[in-house]
Design a protein around this ligand. Structure first.
Ligand code: KG4
Length: 337
C-alpha cells in the first residue's frame, strides 16, 4: 500500500510517499527557516499562510520523486496533532480533500508518535523500548510496546529541551535555528567552564520528569554565578556548558528509567535527537542498545507520518472527512508508578 504522508504541524511543509510502512519512495521537506529567521522563532501566522502556498507544489514534488501519479496513491496520512493549529489545519484540509477527490482513506497521525516511529523506517526494531522524544515543543520519556502503545513515564514540567536550546541561542544571538547553532558552537567551547545547576525535582509520583526553565534562566540571567573561576566567559563556553547540562538532565532520567524497567533498548526521535553531544554520550553506553534515526528523519518530515499511518490503515482506522486538528498533546496513556 502506497501512503502519501503530509506534515505541516510547525514550520516544515513536508510530503512523502512510503510503501507498506517502511519503504520511502520519496520525501520532500520544504523548510520555512529563512522566513522566520528575522524573528528568531516561528511566527504561527506566517507559517500557516506559507503552508497554504507550498502544500500543493510540495505534494506534487513528492509524487514526482516517487515516479507516481496521484491515482497511484492508496491512502493519505496526515499529522493532525499536536502543533500550531493554523499550520495543522492546512495539512489536514489538504489531506482530506486529496483523499475525498480520489475516493481513498485518510487517517490522522499524532506527531509525537510519528517521531518515535521514524527510526522504524530504517531498521527493524523489536518492542519494548524506551522512547526518547526530544523536540522544540515536547520532551517525553515513554515505554513503547507497539507502534500505537506508548505509556508516558516522564515529561517536562515546563519548557521542552529544544525550546531551551532555541531561547539560549536567541538571547546570545548564536544563530537560528538555535539547537543547530548551539551544537556547532559547542565544539569550540569548554563544557565545564560553567557548572550550571541540575534541577532537583520532587521525586514522589513522577520520578522521570525533567525541567528546563531553571537551566534556561540560569544560563540567560545568572551565568556569572556558575562560571568556574579559572574559565573564560565566552559564547562558545556558554554554549558548550549549557548543552552539556541540558543533555545530562535528559540522560539522568533516561538511565534511571532503563534501570527501573529493565528495558535496555532506547529509540530516539525529534529535532534534538540530532544533537551531537547527546549522540556521543548515548553511544558510550555499552549496556544499552541505542537507535537514532538518520539526521534527515530526526526533524519534522512526512515519511514518518506515512510510515506510522500505514499501521493504522492496515488495522482499518480511517478518519475520513470527520478528521479535525488539535494543538494539544493527547491520547497517551499516562501511567506513572
Ligand atoms: O522535531 P523538530 O524538527 O520540530 C518540532 O516538532 O519541534 O525539532 C526542532 C527542535 C528545535 O528546538 C531545534 O533547535 C532542535 O530541534 N534541534 C537541535 C538540533 N537540531 C535541531 N537541538 C540540539 N542540537 C541539534 N543539533
Amino acid at each position: 500500500m502506497k501512503v502519501l504522508g503530509i506534515e505541516t504541524s510547525c514550520d516544515e511543509c513536508a510530503a512523502a510517499v512510503v510503501e507498506d510502512g517502511r519503504k520511502i519512495l520519496s520525501s520532500r521537506v520544504a523548510t520555512q527557516i529563512d522566513l522566520h529567521r528575522e524573528y528568531n522563532g516561528v511566527v504561527p501566522e506566517i507559517a500557516s499562510r506559507i503552508h497554504t502556498e507550498w502544500i500543493r507544489p510540495v505534494v506534487g514534488e513528492a509524487l514526482a520523486e516517487a515516479g507516481l501519479r496521484k491515482e497511484d496513491i492508496d491512502a493519505v496520512a496526515v499529522t493532525n496533532r499536536p502543533g500550531l493549529i493554523g499550520s495543522l489545519l492546512v495539512g489536514v484540509n489538504f489531506a482530506k480533500s486529496f483523499a475525498y477527490a480520489l475516493g481513498i482513506p485518510c487517517v490522522g497521525v499524532d506527531h509525537l508518535r510519528a517521531h518515535v516511529y521514524a527510526a522504524h523506517l530504517e531498521q527493524d526494531i523489536d518492542y519494548p523500548y524506551i522512547g526518547l522524544l526530544v523536540s522544540g515543543g515536547n520532551t517525553v520519556l515513554c515505554e513503547v510496546r507497539g507502534f500505537d502503545d506508548l505509556t508516558v513515564r516522564g515529561t517536562t514540567i515546563d519548557d521542552a529541551v529544544g525550546e531551551a536550546f532555541d531561547k539560549v541561542a536567541k538571547f546570545y544571538d548564536l544563530g537560528y535555528p538555535g539547537g543547530v547553532a548551539v551544537d556547532k558552537l559547542s565544539r569550540e567551547g569548554d563544557p565545564d567552564a560553567f557548572v550550571f545547576p541540575m534541577p532537583r525535582l520532587y521525586k514522589g509520583d513522577h520520578p522521570y520528569d525533567v525541567s528546563y526553565s531553571g537551566l534556561k534562566n540560569a544560563v540567560i540571567n545568572q551565568r556569572h554565578q556558575f562560571l568556574r573561576p579559572d574559565a573564560a566567559d565566552t559564547k562558545a563556553n556558554i554554549a558548550a556548558s549549557f548543552q552539556k547540562r541540558a543533555v545530562d538532565i535528559l540522560l539522568k532520567k533516561l538511565f534511571k528509567l532503563c534501570d527501573d524497567t529493565g528495558i535496555k533498548r532506547v529509540v530516539a526521535g525529534g529535532g534534538v535527537a540530532a544533537n551531537s553531544y547527546l549522540r556521543q554520550e548515548l553511544a558510550g553506553r555499552k549496556d544499552l542498545t541505542v537507535i537514532f534515526p538518520s539526521l534527515k528523519l530526526c526533524g519534522d518530515n512526512a515519511a514518518m507520518v506515512a510510515g506510522i499511518g500505514w499501521h493504522y490503515l492496515k488495522r482499518g482506522d480511517a478518519d475520513g472527512l470527520r478528521l479535525s486538528a488539535s494543538p494539544r498533546v493527547g491520547g497517551f496513556r499516562k501511567s506513572y508508578p
